[in-house]
Design a binder for this molecule. Structure first.
Ligand code: ADP
Ligand code: MG
Length: 249
């Protein structure tokens, strides 16, 4: 069997604020196999974002082990972490995090600028990814000229541009209306069916119904790990959701 994409053992994160210590993660052990669609759930402050930042090599743990795609990341230098992050992980955030005075196409191309692809191939690859999220005709638009749903699709195209092994999405639908949220979930489910591992952080139970596994955090601990027999199919759900005004964000 293929190696799991994620293995954590006793993953721990303390934040030191002057004399105080915040125990954000208190020893989380979990394995995520390739091709899973995992929802990370739990109330505000339960450690979801801390967990995701560690999985994404955006931060380092205080204790415990993390093996990403077969590689133990503990003890790696900041440069090595950045390299692994760029090669293996695509990030999607609630606030989209697009550069404002930059076109959709340039935003998608951005992660490739750290690599070795020639300019022409970078451009072609970015155009393909933008087309794959249905935005080929918006390549020259700036983020302010796009709806919220379109901006999030640009962010997803950007997350895909390096052919990552895993997508980490932290509350990706938090700023979107219901129908647009389900459209984004349909896109993520499509990518997942094509084999991509997805870890989606959400505090909304409705959003988690589209995932095939629920990890529930509370007070920095993993409280529940449940398989979902039949996740909701977002494409089907869309057929019974009214279409929102195209201009709405
Ligand atoms: P969630 O994403 O589930 O809302 P977080 O992982 O953001 O939770 O936070 C978990 C705990 O760690 C909270 O108590 C939060 O206040 C604390 N925390 C998160 N980030 C920091 C930080 N950079 N410095 C200090 N404390 C933090
Ligand atoms: Mg959070």
């Amino acid at each position: 069997m293929a190696e799991p994409i994620v293995v954590t053992e006793g993953l721990t994160k303390d934040y030191h604020l002057g004399p105080h210590t915040v125990h954000a993660l208190r020893g989380v052990s979990v394995t995520i196999e390739r091709g899973e669609f995992v929802a990370v759930m739990g109330p505000s402050g339960s450690g979801k974002s801390t967990f995701m930042n560690l999985l994404g090599c955006l931060d380092t743990s205080s204790a415990g082990r993390y093996v990403l795609d077969g590689q133990d990341v503990a003890g790696l230098s900041a440069d090595d972490l950045a390299r692994i992050r760029n090669a293996k992980i695509g990030f999607v955030f609630q606030q989209f995090n697009l550069l404002p005075r930059t076109t959709a196409l340039e935003n998608v191309e951005l992660p490739l600028l750290y690599g070795t692809l020639p300019a022409r191939e970078r451009r072609t690859r970015a155009q393909q990814r933008l087309a794959s999220v249905g935005l080929a005709d918006r390549a020259g638009h700036h983020p302010s000229q796009l709806s919220g749903g379109q901006q999030q699709r640009v962010a997803i195209a950007r997350a895909l541009v390096n052919d990552p092994a895993m997508i980490l999405a932290d509350e990706p639908t938090g700023n979107l209306d219901t129908r647009t949220s389900v459209e984004v979930l349909a896109l993520l489910q499509g990518l997942n069916r094509a084999g991509l591992t997805i870890v989606l952080v959400t505090h909304e139970p409705d959003i988690a119904t589209y995932a095939s596994r629920h990890l529930t955090f509370r007070d920095g601990r993993l409280r529940a790990d449940e398989r979902v027999e039949a996740p909701v199919d977002a494409a089907v759900a869309l057929t019974s959701l009214p279409r929102e005004d195209e201009d709405a964000a």
